[in-house]
Every structure is written in structure tokens, then in C-alpha cells.
Write a protein that binds this ligand. Structure first.
Ligand code: PAF
Length: 295
């Protein structure tokens, strides 16, 4: 009895704060926060980012905030699952020290009139093309979170490949003293990339969903084995998913460095020197999934 009471008294208690002053007060005791921003509805992929962040700072901070600015009017802002209590249990389980879970009123006490405008060549392509304004919304909230948390390091999942690149460039251009670290995509045993939006899938859609990563894998394998006809590879991939009942937005081969299309004469050497990435976004039923694979 006494032993369990003693064990209980040493149980790690994660701090949950809802306001900027509370968070600043808590973090004033630390010098090098490691930060993982999230929109909640956490899965194993997020927890892997927290585990990765832990040794990179003297305190591990996660945020949970569903950011209205990065949703288009017809998108799922209102229905995006808010599962804060469960999220906090999960975060505590992996040793996160503090969760910042502000209300909308706290983060946006007035309409956010100042916004970050990321460069079109990076932010108006791929996700930004199909979700106009998405990266402005992401950058605006991330910049705000960075100015609140003042982390030494931020861990962002590579599943959102373009997002990670846009945020990295923003941090660079604003000369923020912050290191951006990429976390590998966590996958189910089938290969399906974990995503909060997988929760929207029916059982049969979930079984089908792995085809997105399999299609990207087919493209990557073809590139690695010397196929340089990226237009044909992309068209074939679009056709494969469409024939299975998907509505693909894009399935493309891009340079890792800037997400632009590689020149035809460079594809062979780019593939050989790990300079490419294949990226895809497609809807199965009503659920839009994204994935990518570095080549
Ligand atoms: O990747 C996400 O969950 C969000 O885009 C982020 C980075 C937390 C900003 O709202």
C-alpha cells in the first residue's frame, strides 16, 4: 500500500495549459523547448514525433489547435474530430511535458488580419493548388505558435512533405533561431500512412486506402530502375487509382529540393542520387488522403 502510494506520488504529471501567459510562465524555467504542433486527434504518428522531439530539448511541448485559417469553406473544420482528453492521455503516455491547447479566442482574439504569404512557387503548387490559401493559414498559425513557444527545435512529420518544406523556408527567411527536424511517416502494417483523416474511412475504404501508397511505391520503383518517362509514370498512376474508384488530385514526381518537376535529362541521375520524391493526393469516397515517398 505504502509502495503504491509512493509510486503514485512520483507519477509523471503532464501540464496542460490553455493561455499564452500560462505557457510562457511554465516555459520560463527552460532554455531549449522541443515543440510538436498538432491539430489533435492524435495517432501513433504524432506520438512518434513526440518521442523524437524528447531528446532534442530540455522540455517537450505539444500544441493542440484546430486552425480555422487553413481550412477552405467547404472543408471539414467544423467536423474535424476534437478529442482533447484522449489526446492528452496519449501525450502524457509518451512523456510530453506540457500541452498548449488554446481556445480560438486565445489564439485569435480578433480576426487575424496579418497573415504570412508564402511564395507561390512553393505554396501554390500541389496541396496549395488544390487547397488555395492552405499554406498561408498553416504559416500564419505556425509563426504565431513559434513566437509563443520560442522553441529551439520543431519536429514536423514528413507525411505533410510540402508543409514541412514551406515551414522550413519560412523559418529560414524570417531568420528564426529554430531547427526544423523531419519525422518519418508512421505506417500501418499494410503500408497505409497514419493520418487523423483515416478515421473518416469506412471499413472497405480503409482496406482500399493502402493503394495510394502502393501506387507511389510503383512509381518510385520504376524511377529507381531507370524509367525516366515521368509523364507516362504519372499518367499511369492516375489511371490506376481512377480505375479503382479514386478521384486523384495529383500523383507526381518532383525534386526533393524545391518540389519542382525534374528536367527530363536529369531524372536518371536525380533518381540515382536520392534527389526525388513522389507525392500523391486522392479522394476515396469523401475522404481526401495524401502520401509521399522519397526516391
Ligand atoms: O500538420 C498539422 O497538424 C497542422 O497543419 C499544423 C502544423 C499543426 C498547423 O495547424
Amino acid at each position: 500500500m505504502e509502495d503504491s502510494a509512493a509510486a503514485l506520488s512520483f507519477k509523471f504529471i503532464m501540464k496542460i495549459v490553455h493561455t499564452i501567459p500560462e505557457l510562457r510562465e511554465y516555459l520560463s524555467a527552460f532554455k531549449q523547448p522541443a515543440f510538436v504542433p498538432t491539430m489533435g486527434n492524435l495517432h501513433e504518428g504524432h506520438l512518434a514525433l513526440i518521442r523524437q522531439a524528447k531528446p532534442l530539448g530540455d522540455v517537450t511541448v505539444a500544441s493542440i489547435f484546430v486552425n480555422r485559417l487553413q481550412f477552405l469553406p467547404h472543408e471539414d473544420f467544423d467536423t474535424y474530430p476534437r478529442t482533447r482528453a484522449l489526446d492528452c492521455e496519449k501525450l502524457e503516455g509518451v512523456g510530453c511535458d506540457v500541452v498548449f491547447a488554446p481556445s480560438e479566442q486565445e489564439l485569435y482574439p480578433e480576426p487575424q488580419a496579418f497573415k504570412v504569404q508564402p511564395p507561390a512557387e512553393l505554396a501554390d503548387i500541389l496541396e496549395g493548388y488544390f487547397r488555395p490559401g492552405f499554406f498561408s493559414g498553416v504559416c500564419t498559425v505556425v509563426l504565431k505558435l513559434l513566437s509563443i513557444v520560442q522553441p529551439r527545435v520543431v519536429v514536423l512529420g514528413k507525411k505533410d512533405y510540402q508543409q514541412q518544406m514551406v515551414v522550413r523556408r519560412m523559418v529560414q527567411q524570417f531568420s528564426l533561431p529554430i531547427e526544423i527536424v523531419g519525422g518519418e511517416t508512421t505506417r500501418a502494417a499494410t503500408g497505409l500512412a497514419l493520418s487523423s483523416r483515416n478515421g473518416y474511412l469506412s471499413e472497405s475504404e480503409r482496406a482500399e486506402a493502402v493503394q495510394l501508397s502502393l501506387t507511389l511505391k510503383t512509381m518510385a520503383t520504376a524511377l529507381k530502375s531507370g524509367n525516366t518517362d515521368i509523364a507516362a509514370l504519372q499518367a499511369q498512376a492516375m489511371q490506376t487509382l481512377t480505375a479503382r474508384g479514386w478521384q486523384p488530385d495529383y500523383l507526381v514526381v518532383r525534386r526533393r529540393s524545391d518540389l519542382q518537376t525534374p528536367a527530363a535529362e536529369d531524372v536518371l541521375t536525380d533518381a540515382a542520387s536520392n534527389a526525388l520524391v513522389v507525392l500523391g493526393a486522392a479522394k476515396i469516397g469523401n475522404t481526401r488522403l495524401i502520401d509521399n515517398l522519397e526516391v
